[in-house]
Design a protein around this ligand. Structure first.
Ligand SMILES: C[S@@+](CC[C@H](N)C(=O)[O-])C[C@H]1O[C@@H](n2cnc3c(N)ncnc32)[C@H](O)[C@@H]1O
Length: 197
């Protein structure tokens, strides 16, 4: 039930700034193929479709993909390809843009390294990653729940150091609310980075 409420709310909020930034820096000579990783109801996937991309959008949640199939009906199997899948198993196409806003930190930490390799391998040279990482001060990180991938600033630098030019790492460490209205400390790094090899 709360997932359905979340999905509806997520469709009415603005696209995240890193995705807008990424669209401005991606090499426009690349094939216009994008992935939305952990897409939820697909607000960002639809935004990319509406900017001319063919978008492969996946989420582990059946309900999320069903909702994306409804809201994106007019694009389905033309420029929008939704799929139930997960970070470590999704078979990525060669892609110019990967969006992982508010999603990748839900990856099981034991699977993060292979999920990250899977994701970055598919990005073409000149392609752009945009997304969020969760820092150690986040109230969910402090709960020690063990099912979230937590990264410090230097962990993030290490993830990008070999194959990317980092464009932005913007830290947000602030008291706020979830989309469902629950107060929490958010410690989030918003990252935009361009593949250079
Ligand atoms: C906070 S929501 C964000 C959804 C969407 N990116 C947005 O901004 O509206 C996080 C999403 O990650 C998905 N998710 C969690 N673990 C996942 C996994 N292992 N593989 C793929 N998706 C996952 C959830 O089902 C959920 O839809």
């Amino acid at each position: 039930m709360s997932e359905q409420i979340y999905l509806e709310k997520s469709l009415s909020v603005a696209v995240y700034p890193p995705l807008k930034r990424a669209l401005g820096v991606v090499d426009t000579t690349l094939p216009m193929v994008a992935v939305d990783a952990g897409c939820g109801a697909g607000r960002d996937a639809l935004f990319m479709v509406e900017h001319g991309y063919t978008v492969h959008a996946y989420d582990k949640s059946d309900a999320a993909i069903a909702r994306l199939e409804e809201v994106g009906e007019r694009y389905i199997h033309q420029t929008l390809f939704p799929k139930v899948s997960c970070f470590e198993q999704f078979v990525y196409p060669r892609t110019a843009l990967i969006n992982a806003c508010s999603s990748l930190f839900f990856c099981d930490p034991g699977l993060f390294a292979s999920a990250w390799q899977n994701l970055t391998r598919s990005l073409l040279k000149g392609g752009v990653f945009c997304g969020h990482f969760m820092g150690p001060d986040d109230s969910w990180a402090k709960m020690g729940r063990g099912d979230l991938s937590i990264h410090t600033y230097s962990d993030i630098q290490a993830l990008f150091k070999d194959a990317f030019r980092v464009i932005d790492i913007i830290e947000h460490n602030t008291q706020g609310k979830t989309l469902l209205g629950k107060p929490k400390q958010w410690h989030i790094y918003a990252v935009v980075a361009q593949k250079v090899i």
